[in-house]
Write a protein that binds this ligand. Structure first.
Ligand SMILES: Cc1cc2nc3c(=O)[nH]c(=O)nc-3n(C[C@H](O)[C@H](O)[C@H](O)COP(=O)(O)OP(=O)(O)OC[C@H]3O[C@@H](n4cnc5c(N)ncnc54)[C@H](O)[C@@H]3O)c2cc1C
Ligand SMILES: NC(=O)c1ccc[n+]([C@@H]2O[C@H](COP(=O)([O-])OP(=O)(O)OC[C@H]3O[C@@H](n4cnc5c(N)ncnc54)[C@H](O)[C@@H]3O)[C@@H](O)[C@H]2O)c1
Length: 485
């Protein structure tokens, strides 16, 4: 039975990390707000992506570090305690329960409707609830779509018969497969190959291109590939999976055929082949959009092809920067924008202004949790070439740092800084090496703050830490200049 429509200022669809933050900010701006969720509040990140994957990787990375510390190396040779690792993962995934998020949502004054939401026209949303009711919602100011993404499975013969792993199975499994094939050499592929190899699987990484982590500086993928190989991962580059099947039925192994006719067998196959927007069953056709497509937005997160300025898309679903922290940044800005527009206030839409998304394309920080870690922000040389930016490139070998030698015997790592030649500011930084993740915020501040090089000389890194790389990069630039692209 349908109830009478409930009117709110703001209707948020999807309670992943991004939807939760949009709702919080909209409510904080004085707007009545409801959020709709069909699975668990907290979304992919909390239960099947960031949290469980990092929980699986933390012991792996700590053991890799310990193995390089003199005096600890022998103690760190033991296999991982799988029960303890999985118990940690289960805890970090909140045991796949969202009670804490419900309590939090309640505390910030946002209403919750559980069920599957679909647009039914401008400013209108119908929610089909688990108890088969339809709740109708209308929005006075904004509907904000934060429905995220799911694994984009390639259209390969047999794929629907082999029970392929996606990020959900690969972050939630309790049993270690004997042989795991991972398709895709992006972030998900390399992180989960790292985790499952260390947990005891024999991992084969099937990569279409010529290297790993192709959107980052090439040295990052090379360092990660070298360590994966040392750990026993069979990396095959330049290969294309053309079909998959379980010849002995669902319990048997997966036979994987490659474009060159080669075959291999695995117990499970993980597709880490990118993401697809969750917009196929969202009623997009009722507002003139095509179901299943990404939602293109302007810098205020309004969907560009929908008139009236009431439809926003925030987080993964707008494809600007598919990371939790970046989506939450967008959520804070979008909440402020919706609040300001509702109050009739003027918007500050200049770059880095309060009402424009800037960091999600000019200063996107990312950490890849592998051994070694990779951390990058801002431009890469590839991006600089593509966009025609005038930059100079400065490289430094991290193993030369006293801090790196203290950190680990035989430390291997590298850093690259891109200097904007005209403005003499830092346009991008990439670090690859053990322990570099926590260095990243220093680089993010330099890039987003557009800190002049002359002032960076006064930001003195402590001795002996890996952060002395900042000083060495500046000295290299002073003494040798940067290499123009
Ligand atoms: C394996 C893996 C590891 C990752 N690790 C990291 C990491 O370490 N750091 C990082 O920053 N990012 C990481 N990411 C990316 C991160 O998970 C996403 O960027 C983030 O989850 C996006 O948040 P979101 O709120 O936009 O979408 P989601 O988290 O996908 O949430 C969307 C929510 O909308 C709900 N929903 C969808 N459609 C409807 C509907 N019609 N009605 C009602 N509800 C609906 C869904 O159920 C879901 O709860 C990882 C991704 C993967 C796959
Ligand atoms: N630590 C983190 O911040 C983190 C961790 C995991 C995921 N993420 C985010 O999640 C998103 C998704 O990650 P992802 O690794 O799935 O996507 P991705 O786009 O980064 O990488 C997918 C890879 O799969 C390859 N591929 C696509 N189709 C293929 C096919 N048919 N056969 C072989 N290879 C194929 C692509 O060429 C690409 O290299 C990323 O945007 C990433 O930012 C972030």
């Amino acid at each position: 039975m349908n109830e009478a429509p409930r009117a709110y200022d703001v209707v948020v669809v999807g309670a992943g990390p991004v939807g939760e933050n949009v709702a919080d900010r909209a409510h904080a701006a004085g707007l009545s707000t409801v959020i709709v969720e069909r699975e668990l509040l907290g979304g992919e990140c909390s239960f099947w992506a960031c949290e469980p994957s990092k929980a699986l990787l933390r012991p792996v990375m700590a053991r890799a570090d310990a193995r390089r510390v003199p005096g600890m190396s022998r103690a760190a040779q033991a296999p991982l305690d799988l029960d303890a690792v999985f118990a940690h993962r289960d805890r970090m995934a909140g045991h796949w329960k969202d009670d804490d998020q419900v309590t939090w949502l309640d505390s910030v004054g946002v209403d919750l409707v559980r069920g599957h939401a679909r647009l039914t026209g401008p400013r209108r949303v119908a929610v089909h609830t688990p108890d088969r009711r339809t709740v109708l919602l209308t929005a006075r100011h904004a509907v904000v779509v934060c429905t995220g993404t799911g694994t984009a499975l390639p259209d390969i013969p047999g794929i629907d018969t082999v029970r392929p792993w996606t990020n959900r199975e690969a972050t939630g499994a309790d049993l270690v497969p004997g042989r795991l094939a991972v398709v895709g050499g992006g972030v998900v592929g390399v992180e989960l190959a790292t985790a499952w190899q260390a947990l005891g699987a024999h991992v084969t990484l099937l990569v279409r291109g010529e290297g790993l982590l192709r959107t980052m500086e090439p040295f990052a993928g090379e360092l990660v590939a070298a360590e994966l190989r040392e750990a026993g991962v069979d990396i095959r580059t330049g290969v294309e999976v053309t079909s998959v099947e379980r010849p002995d039925g669902t319990a048997g192994h997966v036979r994987i055929t490659l474009a060159d006719g080669a075959e291999l067998a695995a117990d499970e196959i993980l597709f880490a082949t990118g993401r697809a927007p969750r917009t196929a069953d969202l009623g997009l056709e009722t507002v003139g959009l095509t179901p299943g497509t990404w939602l293109t937005v302007d810098d205020t997160y309004q969907v560009t092809d929908v008139p009236g300025g009431w439809l926003y898309a925030v987080g993964d679903v707008n494809r600007r920067a598919l990371m939790t922290h970046q989506g939450k940044y967008q959520a804070r800005i979008a909440g402020a924008i919706i609040g300001a527009r509702a109050a009739g206030e003027a918007l500050d839409v200049s770059d880095w202004g309060a009402h424009t998304g800037t960091a999600d394309h000019l200063a996107v920080p990312q950490v890849v949790f592998t051994t070694p870690e990779v951390a990058s922000v801002g431009l890469t040389t590839h991006e600089a070439r593509r966009t025609g930016r005038r930059v100079e490139v400065v490289d430094y070998d991290l193993s030369l740092l006293a801090g790196a030698q203290q950190y680990a015997a035989g430390y291997r790592g590298r850093a690259r800084m891109l200097i904007d030649t005209d403005r003499r500011t830092v346009a991008g930084v990439t670090f690859a090496g053990p322990g570099v993740a926590e260095l990243l915020q220093s680089a993010t501040i330099a890039v987003s703050g557009e800190v002049p090089l002359d002032r960076l000389w006064h930001a003195v890194p402590a001795f002996p830490t890996i952060s002395e790389v900042w000083l060495r990069l500046l000295e290299t630039y002073r003494d040798e200049g940067g290499r123009p692209l």
